[in-house]
Design a protein around this ligand. Structure first.
Ligand SMILES: *[C@@H]1O[C@H](CO)[C@@H](O)[C@H](O)[C@H]1NC(C)=O
Ligand SMILES: *[C@@H]1O[C@H](CO)[C@@H](O)[C@H](O)[C@H]1NC(C)=O
Ligand SMILES: *[C@@H]1O[C@H](CO)[C@@H](O)[C@H](O)[C@H]1NC(C)=O
Ligand SMILES: *[C@@H]1O[C@H](CO)[C@@H](O)[C@H](O)[C@H]1NC(C)=O
Ligand SMILES: *[C@@H]1O[C@H](CO)[C@@H](O)[C@H](O)[C@H]1NC(C)=O
Ligand SMILES: *[C@@H]1O[C@H](CO)[C@@H](O)[C@H](O)[C@H]1NC(C)=O
Ligand SMILES: *[C@@H]1O[C@H](CO)[C@@H](O)[C@H](O)[C@H]1NC(C)=O
Ligand SMILES: *[C@@H]1O[C@H](CO)[C@@H](O)[C@H](O)[C@H]1NC(C)=O
Ligand SMILES: *[C@@H]1O[C@H](CO)[C@@H](O)[C@H](O)[C@H]1NC(C)=O
Ligand SMILES: *[C@@H]1O[C@H](CO)[C@@H](O)[C@H](O)[C@H]1NC(C)=O
Ligand SMILES: *[C@@H]1O[C@H](CO)[C@@H](O)[C@H](O)[C@H]1NC(C)=O
Ligand SMILES: *[C@@H]1O[C@H](CO)[C@@H](O)[C@H](O)[C@H]1NC(C)=O
Length: 602
């Protein structure tokens, strides 16, 4: 009996009367594909259910149209609304233009609509209030060119909405009441990178399932509302680069937070002790605010922390209250531009996963501990203007690190002598070295010649003497050498012309694997990716002739600057002020240029 029944079922399904997609479906599809610019490659005489990117259900009706990443250039057809069984439409990562047809948004079948990463324009129309409840659950319209106000009634009929991504468009006006008011399962809202203004939207207290709220890089203002602090399901709260204000105390109710990013706002409170309630926190970004006072001991309770970014605030006091030993997962600690005092806390040296440590431009004093050697993953270290003394000792301690790739120590060791002994050994993987503005005497040290991975050397604004050593041209990866404003003498070695950076036409490589840092301390305004090739020899005491080929061998984009005092006989101005820097282009063209042109404030 059982097997007979099974056979019958099988038989019935095999002889199902519909064996091809309906004419209506095929006609609509052909129309749609034509508008997407695809018609040629689609044969009209076959079953449309077998077409690539098309999936049908048992009734041979189209349920899925998947046409992502196909360089499609057309527009989105309103006929998509004619596919009455369509559940999922993915047209993301194409070059589609035109608007988003109302027919599509009004569809009574679609549950997933992804049209992100296109060039769609126009504003989104309000749906008529008579529209029946929509089944749409996922709507991704991000990374397009949509403008205008965000339609508020749309959300009222989307009672099934779970995930809305409208980021990276140009929506303006206030954010309407959150979808949660009508959609009880609403979980993720991403409105970042738009031009929304006004306050954080109302209706958040209805968001009992919300896990992600992202609205950074808009023009939102006002205080963080109490309603927000009731959304205890929130795991990711990201509102950077707005004009938000207010104390942070309420945030501490959001005990499920994993990410908290309020950087670049107008927050002017302190970090409350109750931050310790956020025991799941991994990412803490409060940079570029007006926050002040000490870091509370409560921070030691956030034991999952991976990133602490507090740069550019007015935090002060010693760091002694925070027990960094409790933060074994900490990878990045950025305290750049604050008012912290005291010693670098010893407990930091137990964060063995630390990859990036930036303490520059505070009021730390005291010396670097040898325990920094415990940080076996440390790749990026920046201690600019930290009252460090004894450059020999400091470099000896750091040189043993095999992980270190980037080291910024400018504005320290005032008036000391650049060590040139063979006790500086190591730095195997160092790529970037900043020892600028230290008024160092001595000369360009020989130990540098062994650091064959160096990409960038900053020794500007010191008092180094003697000629440029010939070995400089053996640093094969070097693409940025700034030794300007020293007292270097002798002729410019012709070996410099052999430097691979000058010979290669390649754009300077994006060497910095700066762990997610957008600014380099001391030279902190430069983005590594955008770094020009630089050979800056300006403001020194060189003599003799400028090597003839210096401009002509340089690869595209290399900036070569030389001291004017060197220009005897070559180029137009024979005598110009020492501070004037000249730029020579291939063909003997000289041009005045400010020495500071590539390091200005943001
Ligand atoms: C799509 O549906 C509309 C009515 O909703 C109809 O006028 C049109 O002919 C249909 N298009 C196709 C290709 O079936
Ligand atoms: C749409 O397709 C892209 C590319 O394959 C994919 O990354 C994306 O997750 C898809 N969208 C949805 C909502 O599944
Ligand atoms: C929203 O889309 C953008 C790309 O347009 C993406 O970077 C972002 O991660 C998405 N947001 C969420 C929450 O997935
Ligand atoms: C939203 O909150 C209001 C007032 O508290 C309540 O009447 C309504 O039922 C809530 N809606 C949902 C979907 O929970
Ligand atoms: C937050 O939730 C509490 C308890 O559920 C409630 O009493 C309070 O009114 C809510 N606050 C806001 C601003 O919604
Ligand atoms: C930060 O504080 C300074 C002075 O205390 C004030 O001038 C500035 O406007 C504040 N910035 C913001 C974003 O509130
Ligand atoms: C830093 O602290 C000093 C006092 O130690 C104070 O005078 C100064 O205003 C503070 N600067 C900032 C930016 O907070
Ligand atoms: C810091 O934390 C570590 C590990 O949890 C603990 O052993 C140590 O006693 C703490 N130090 C202080 C000063 O509380
Ligand atoms: C170095 O820090 C001191 C305060 O500690 C400050 O006065 C000075 O301007 C800083 N120098 C630079 C170049 O930032
Ligand atoms: C600097 O440190 C070295 C040890 O590396 C030491 O021998 C030397 O005396 C120190 N110099 C000064 C001025 O303290
Ligand atoms: C040159 O370096 C000295 C320190 O050695 C510094 O005082 C001076 O301001 C620098 N000049 C320029 C133009 O940067
Ligand atoms: C460098 O040249 C200037 C004048 O241009 C002179 O005053 C200075 O003594 C010279 N320095 C050295 C180290 O030769």
């Amino acid at each position: 009996m059982l097997s007979l029944g099974l056979a019958l079922v099988l038989l019935i399904s095999l002889v199902s009367p519909i064996d091809s997609c309906t004419h209506q479906e095929k006609d609509s599809l052909l129309q749609i594909l034509a508008e997407l610019g695809l018609a040629v490659s689609w044969r009209s005489n076959t079953d449309c259910c077998t077409w690539e990117g098309i999936t049908c259900n048992q009734d041979r009706k189209v349920t899925d149209v998947y046409m992502a990443s196909r360089c499609l250039q057309g527009s989105i057809s309103p006929f998509l609304g004619n596919l009455t069984a369509l559940l999922r439409l993915n047209l993301s990562h194409n070059l589609l233009s035109g608007g988003l047809p109302l027919e599509l948004v009004q569809s009574s079948s679609i549950i997933v609509l992804d049209i992100s990463f296109n060039r769609l324009t126009g504003s989104l129309s309000e749906l008529p209030s008579s529209t029946p409840a929509q089944p749409l659950q996922v709507l991704d319209i991000s990374s397009n060119l949509f403008t205008g106000r965000f339609p508020s009634t749309t959300w009222e009929v989307m009672k099934s909405l779970v995930d809305l991504n409208a980021s990276t468009n140009s929506f303006t006006g206030q954010i309407p009441t959150t979808p949660c008011v009508s959609a009880p399962y609403f979980a993720m809202l991403d409105l970042s990178f738009n031009k929304f203004s006004g306050n954080i939207p109302p209706g958040l207290s209805n968001c009992s399932k919300m896990t992600l709220l992202s609205a950074g890089h808009n023009q939102l203002s006002g205080i963080l509302p109490d309603e927000l602090f009731n959304v205890t399901s929130l795991e990711h709260l990201s509102l950077p680069d707005n004009h938000l204000e207010g104390p942070l105390n309420g945030i501490m109710k959001l005990t499920n937070l994993v990410t908290l990013d309020l950087g670049g706002n107008g927050l002017n409170s302190n970090i409350p002790e109750s931050i310790g309630e956020l025991t799941k926190l991994q990412e803490l970004h409060l940079d570029h605010n007006n926050m002040s006072r000490e870091l509370p001991s409560g921070l030691s309770n956030c034991i999952d922390l991976i990133t602490i970014d507090l740069k550019s605030n007015y935090f002060s006091g010693e760091l002694t209250k925070v027990n960094f030993s409790n933060l074994p997962n900490l990878k990045k600690l950025d305290l750049l531009y604050n008012n912290f005092t005291g010693n670098i806390p010893e407990s930091i040296y137990s964060c063995s996963k630390l990859t990036a440590l930036r303490l520059s431009h505070n009021k730390f004093h005291g010396q670097l501990s040898e325990k920094i050697g415990n940080l076996k993953s440390l790749s990026f270290l920046s201690l600019v203007n930290s009252s460090l003394t004894n450059i020999t000792r400091t470099l000896q301690i750091l040189s043993t690190s095999r992980s270190l790739t980037t080291l910024f120590l400018g504005f320290n060791f005032m008036h000391e002598t650049m060590p040139d002994d063979y006790t500086i050994d190591g730095f195997e993987n160092l790529q970037v070295l900043g020892l600028n503005d230290c008024s160092l005497s001595g000369h360009i040290p020989h130990w540098l010649s062994k650091l064959t991975n160096l990409r960038m050397i900053f020794l500007l604004n010191n008092r180094l003497t003697e000629p440029i050593p010939d070995w400089i041209s053996s640093l094969n990866f070097l693409f940025c050498l700034d030794i300007s404003n020293n007292s270097l003498t002798g002729t410019i070695p012709s070996a410099l012309m052999d430097m691979p950076m000058l010979r290669s036409d390649k754009i300077a490589p994006n060497v910095f694997e700066l762990p997610a840092y957008d600014k380099i301390p001391s030279l902190q305004y430069l983005r590594p990716g955008a770094f020009p090739k630089v050979l800056n020899l300006g403001m020194n005491n060189f003599s003799g002739e400028i090597p003839k080929d210096i401009g002509c061998t340089s690869g595209s984009g290399t900036r070569v600057t030389l001291s004017a005092s060197l220009a005897s006989g070559i180029g137009p101005p024979a005598r110009v002020a020492r501070s004037e820097i000249l730029r020579r282009r291939c063909g003997g063209l000289w041009r005045h240029e400010s020495s500071a042109s590539w390091g200005t404030a943001r």
